[in-house]
Design a binder for this molecule. Structure first.
Ligand SMILES: CCCCCCCCC/C=C/C(=O)SCCNC(=O)CCNC(=O)[C@H](O)C(C)(C)COP(=O)(O)OP(=O)(O)OC[C@H]1O[C@@H](n2cnc3c(N)ncnc32)[C@H](O)[C@@H]1OP(=O)(O)O
Length: 311
């Protein structure tokens, strides 16, 4: 064990770290803490790393083993093809950071967690574009839903449709207590249909009857109603969302990773396998559905309605 610690430390620490290693002080301190932790926890190293693209700000605190990902795609954090692609790339990076065990997803924009899929990616484009877009949506859901990390959504604003799906794909949801914010799968309001794996994710969270009700009516819940129905797990004052997420995270991270991860897989794999078995068919379905004249018209009208609301 000690040898493993030394070799990993040597790889990770530069000159000063090597000196400390030779002196033996760091090794004994590290060994001490290491031995007190479950094997999967790793050892604490005080370092912070950020990687940010324009639309995502990711901050990794190696000391806590927690990454925070802020969606930063103004004005409403709509999930464009580019954002979805970067989201998947960053998730993969985080999964590969051995010391990163928890992920908090939140928004850099005040009032909006995410407006869901970017509607402009779904009309007036080619079939090839729709297919590429849908594949990216699938990929993000697959990666998030089966993440090895503990994923907590710190929902600091409205979260319709695809925004709600991102939250539902996590392990725990905390929403800001502001009655102006809403969350839900509102696809029917746009004249479109939530695909079966959006539906499955909701059913796994709030049960069949409540999902049927919410999906048919395209319900957007206030935080209080979302808590009542179980779409979110906790509603807290707006300025407490991030602190609460960190507190909840520490509780989840106190569970040995391997046991928690196997349990998560056991619960979620059947749902994920359903999509994996028919991934291509699901893409074809989406492309043919979204390309219909009637659906294109509905989406166009919906965007027009969004713009006119402001005037
Ligand atoms: C068989 C199976 C087959 C499968 C069938 C297909 C399944 C598809 C599943 C779809 C999933 C989805 O997520 S569909 C997306 C659903 N999303 C929504 O309904 C949210 C719509 N947006 C809103 O309600 C609001 O914008 C909200 C997020 C609350 C923020 O309100 P605000 O007043 O703060 O801001 P607004 O003024 O409305 O918006 C600011 C600008 O952002 C734009 N905007 C807002 N939402 C947008 C969006 N999702 N995509 C693009 N652009 C958006 C507005 O048009 C404005 O543009 P300018 O006027 O130019 O500034």
């Amino acid at each position: 064990m000690a040898l493993r610690v030394v070799s990993v430390l040597k790889r990770r620490l530069g000159g000063p770290g090597q000196k400390l290693l030779r002196s033996g002080n760091l090794l004994s301190a590290t060994q001490h803490r290491w031995e007190k932790m479950p094997s999967s926890v790793g050892f604490p190293v005080t370092s912070r790393r950020s990687f940010s693209k324009t639309a995502l700000i990711v901050d990794v605190d190696h000391n806590l083993g927690i990454a925070t990902m802020k969606m930063n795609n103004p004005p409403v954090n709509s999930l464009s093809l580019e954002l979805l692609t970067n989201f998947v790339i960053d998730l993969e990076k985080l999964e590969n950071e051995k010391r990163c065990r928890g992920l908090i997803i939140t928004s850099a924009s005040p009032k909006i967690f995410s407006a869901g899929l970017d509607i402009t990616e779904m009309y007036g484009k080619s079939s090839a574009h729709y297919a590429e877009f849908w594949k990216a949506v699938q990929e993000l859901w697959l990666k998030l839903y089966m993440s090895n990390m503990v994923v907590i959504a710190a929902i600091n604003g409205s979260s319709p449709a695809g925004g709600c799906l991102i939250s539902l794909a996590g392990d725990y949801r905390i929403m800001a207590d502001n009655p102006k914010y809403t969350i839900g799968l509102n696809e029917t309001l746009l004249g479109i249909v939530a695909p079966f794996w959006f539906k499955d994710t909701l059913v796994n969270t709030i049960g069949n009857r409540a999902s049927e009700h919410a999906l048919q009516l395209g319900l957007l819940f206030s935080p209080t109603d979302a808590l009542r129905v179980g779409i979110v797990d906790q509603v807290v004052p707006e300025d407490k969302v991030q602190d609460t997420a960190l507190n909840v995270m520490s509780r989840w991270l106190s569970i040995p990773d391997h046991a928690r991860q196997l349990t998560k897989t056991m619960m979620r794999k059947p749902t994920v396998d359903r999509l994996l078995k028919q991934r291509e068919a699901d893409i074809k379905n989406f492309v043919s559905f979204i390309s219909r004249d009637s659906i294109q018209k509905s989406l166009h009208m919906y965007m027009k309605h969004l713009k006119e609301r402001k005037e």
